[in-house]
Design a protein around this ligand. Structure first.
Ligand code: APR
Length: 235
């Protein structure tokens, strides 16, 4: 198996996708049995869907809140939390995932570029996102903000701008090792991060199959994150 060497001078940028939570029982999006095999993106994960049928959107995210609240972090999450402890500020974790398994595994600094499942916000006023584990099934009332606006999940929907991009690109500029884990490389802007740093940083992919953007990686470690990461980052 190729070696993933991290030297004392390296700055490591890790990007995770749905694959790192697969072994925790949370379905990915595009694999067999994935969310987008059972739901239409335009009906549950877009501003248009929200304007058209907020009940159906809350149904979808309530289902996901239930599934995620029953899930536990796996050895892949714990290996990254330990790597953060070992590297301190030479480590940056950016996730496309909206679950909180990285934090439950002990990761301190996680940039959720697509939002967080257990947070909500008002769709009208500038009230900041707030912690929210509540479930809203279809016939129930849509929760309202004191301003009268509708409360929506704090998720970056298709067509919306991801969060923390300024910090993320600042970290991409200084990383010397880029590692993507469990992402199909089919959604921008994350799918272009490896190309953005290649030539300047060493780039690696970890997942059971080569991603769509595999040509941007110097090496691919093919296997499950929960099995490979503890080997790649022994702690
Ligand atoms: N370990 C590592 N990777 C895995 C595992 C595993 N145990 N199981 C599956 N994978 C890989 C698959 O091979 C696939 O390449 O995880 C990837 C999951 O890909 P997607 O389902 O496309 O998820 P992701 O890349 O995170 O999606 C990106 O798209 O739908 C939007 O906003 C959503 O954040 C999401 C974005």
């Amino acid at each position: 198996m190729p070696k993933l060497i991290i030297s004392s001078a390296d700055r490591v940028f890790v990007l995770t996708g749905a694959g790192i939570s697969a072994e925790s029982g949370i379905p990915t999006f595009r694999d067999a049995g994935g969310l987008w095999r059972n739901y239409r993106i335009e009906e549950v994960a877009s501003p248009l869907a929200w304007r058209g049928d907020p009940h159906f959107v809350w149904d979808f995210y309530s289902m996901r809140r239930k599934a995620a609240s029953a899930a536990k972090p796996n050895p892949g999450h714990f290996a990254l939390a330990s790597l953060e402890q070992a590297l301190h500020d030479r480590f940056f974790l950016c996730t496309q995932n909206v679950d909180n398994l990285h934090e439950l595994a002990g990761s301190q600094c996680v940039a959720h570029m697509h939002g967080e499942l257990f947070k909500s916000r008002c769709d009208s006023c500038s009230r900041p996102p707030f912690p929210d584990t509540s479930i809203h099934e279809s016939q129930g009332e849509i929760p309202l903000c004191p301003c009268g606006g509708k409360i929506r999940p704090h998720i970056c929907w298709f067509g919306e701008v991801p969060f923390h991009l300024e910090q993320i690109f600042a970290e991409l500029e200084v990383c010397t090792v880029f590692i993507a884990i469990g992402t199909s490389g089919s959604v921008e802007p994350a799918a272009s991060f490896a190309t953005h740093v290649s030539g300047r940083a060493k780039t690696f992919y970890v997942g059971p199959e080569a991603p769509a953007n595999h040509s941007s990686f110097d090496d691919c470690f093919l296997g499950k994150a929960g099995e490979l990461l503890p080997i790649l980052f022994p702690h």
